[in-house]
Design a protein around this ligand. Structure first.
Ligand code: F6P
Length: 545
């Protein structure tokens, strides 16, 4: 395998970048009146305007040849075909099977269908009041206990689709910090609460600790000890049913997903039960159908008209040729407020890698730091740095055409704000535009320097009619595929996450040290000092020493 940065296609892009590095995005619109039409496309009800990027038609052609050289199409077919492309864990990557309603029979498809039927029954029984707590009361509150991929996707979708929510109240507990579960349980009635313990491995420390708190809370609240209430109040979602049963979850309450579904790609599976309970089955299927539509587009559209491929290639251009190390996600929709956090795991856990699939160290950048917040809040906190800071931060603006809460002209003004930001980031404001003809005094010149905005910052704008189950499904699938395509071009395995293991292991070593009042000499000075502080439970002993 030729390293991607040694290929002619990569070198051509580097040469091309040298030629066009001074290109002004805004001027491209004067040169090409059809730039907006030429640099935009739509699929599965998601419209992408990428005309405000630092690209020309030649850039897009060269990027397209890079995608071909990297074997994006071949690898896509391998993924959909169930090949074990997660090579370090020897697993297939088949989350698309979870939402493929048209597929032929296969062992995976059969498992998916069976599990969906089981979920339908569960949702029906809880919504219809057939499932009752140990004392005979209906379920009013669901608590999803999970972390990472077993939390972020469902939490984001439930928040994003709040207008579709049923009366059931859905809560999420993820953090090991006891405040998370304590704050949640404080307001709940044990007789009407159902806990979902969501963990692919069912070994995750945070989840098991919180699940144990929930179990003790339930048992501690029950006066008649003759009851065995867990069966009425706990379900498990896992790829490790044995461990779920060992925790005490009744066999019939264990819902499955499989090792060919990565945790951060699992919201489409049983792992999304909290979504199905929040929205009902019909909307859950709509979410899956939106994703399926995007999958279908990704599989069949030519590369130059392929939304996930274009989005991925623009990222590659920004990161590997323009030098961006960060990417902001700004949804102009309050319901999408958890989207940046969700995409953080999706992109950074998948592509935060520094060796290729052959084990060679990489000589180029991979995943950028993903971050963001909803607009317009973001405008009043960090857009200053984006406009005038020293770091290049490409941005994805995401905005629906309509609001679920139309009040006066709020949404129109919101839309104007979104457009104004990408416009300002592109056109900037030069000193000579700020200075009036009379303004030749030193003070005014200095002020103009402070007010200048260089512009030329690349942005994408993604638009949908409304945030609906269908459009959200398509949007999530779009980003999933973007991550996969970028991983393919970077020649890395996007589907493992070995980097998080070391911290878990070291934690296990530190727990007995903290418990036993010891401080092994082989530890580094900083860790020992901080252990000491915890053991003495007194900061003043070390402050001002
Ligand atoms: O943080 C590492 C990780 O393994 C994630 O990949 C995963 O989504 C999360 O922990 C939770 O894992 P599990 O679902 O097995 O509890």
């Amino acid at each position: 395998m030729t390293k991607i940065d040694q290929t002619a296609e990569w070198k051509n892009l580097a040469d091309h970048h040298r030629k066009i590095k001074d290109l002004e995005i805004a001027k491209q619109f004067q040169q090409d009146p059809k730039r907006f039409q030429n640099f935009s496309l739509a699929a599965a009800n998601i419209f992408l305007d990428y005309s405000k990027n630092h690209v020309t038609a030649e850039t897009m052609n060269l990027l397209d040849t890079l995608a071909q050289a990297a074997g994006v199409k071949e690898r896509r077919d391998q993924m959909f075909g169930g090949e074990k492309i997660n090579i370090t864990e020897k697993r297939a990557v088949l989350h698309t099977t979870l939402r493929n309603f048209d597929q032929e029979n296969s062992p995976e498809a059969d498992l998916v269908r069976r599990e969906l039927k089981k979920i339908e029954v569960l949702v029906h029984n809880i919504h219809g009041g057939k499932w009752r707590g140990y004392s005979g009361k209906r379920v009013t509150d669901i608590v999803n206990i999970g972390i990472g991929g077993s939390h972020l996707g469902p939490a984001m979708v439930v928040a994003a689709l709040k207008p579709y929510a049923t009366e059931l109240k859905i809560h999420f507990v993820s953090n090991l910090d006891p405040t998370d579960i304590a704050d949640t349980l404080r307001h709940l009635n044990h007789e009407t609460t159902l806990f979902i313990i969501a963990s692919k491995t069912f070994t995750t420390q945070e989840t098991l600790a919180n699940a144990m708190v929930a179990k003790n809370w339930l048992l501690g609240n029950i006066s008649t000890k003759s009851e065995t209430p867990l069966g009425k109040h706990f379900i498990g979602i896992t790829a490790n049913s044995e461990k779920a049963r060992a925790f005490g979850i009744a066999e019939e309450n264990v819902y499955s997903f499989w090792d060919w579904v990565g945790g951060r790609f699992s919201l489409w599976s049983a792992l999304g039960i909290s979504i199905a309970l929040s929205l009902g089955m019909k909307n859950f299927y709509e979410l899956l159908s939106g994703a399926q539509e995007m999958d279908q587009h990704f599989r069949t559209a030519p590369t130059e008209k392929n939304l996930p491929i274009i989005l991925a290639l623009l990222g590659i251009w920004n990161i590997n040729f323009l030098g961006a190390t960060s990417q902001a996600i700004i949804p102009y929709d309050q319901y999408l407020h958890l989207l940046p956090a969700y995409l953080q795991q999706l992109e950074m856990e998948s592509n935060g890698k520094s060796v290729n699939t052959m084990g060679d160290n990489l000589s180029y950048k991979t995943a950028p730091v993903i971050w963001g917040a909803p607009g317009t809040n973001s405008q009043h906190s960090f857009h200053q740095l984006l406009m005038q800071g020293t770091t290049l931060v490409p941005m994805d603006f995401i905005i629906p055409l309509g609001s679920h809460n139309p009040i006066a002209d709020h949404h129109l003004v919101l839309y104007a704000n979104c457009l104004a930001q990408s416009q300002a980031l592109m056109v900037g404001r030069r000193q000579n535009e700020i200075l009036q003809s009379s303004a030749d005094k030193n003070e005014e010149r200095l002020l103009a320097k402070h007010q200048q905005i260089m512009g030329n910052i690349p942005t994408n704008t993604l638009v949908m009619d409304k945030v609906t189950p269908r459009s959200l499904g398509a949007l999530i699938a779009l980003y999933e595929h973007k991550v996969f395509i970028q991983g393919t071009i970077w020649q890395i395995n996007s589907f493992d996450q070995w980097g998080v293991e070391l911290g878990k292991k070291l934690t296990q070593g530190l727990i007995p040290i903290l418990q036993n009042d010891e401080s092994p000499e082989e530890l580094d000075g900083s860790t020992r000092g901080l252990i000491d502080l915890y053991q003495k439970q007194n900061i003043s002993l070390l402050v001002n020493k």
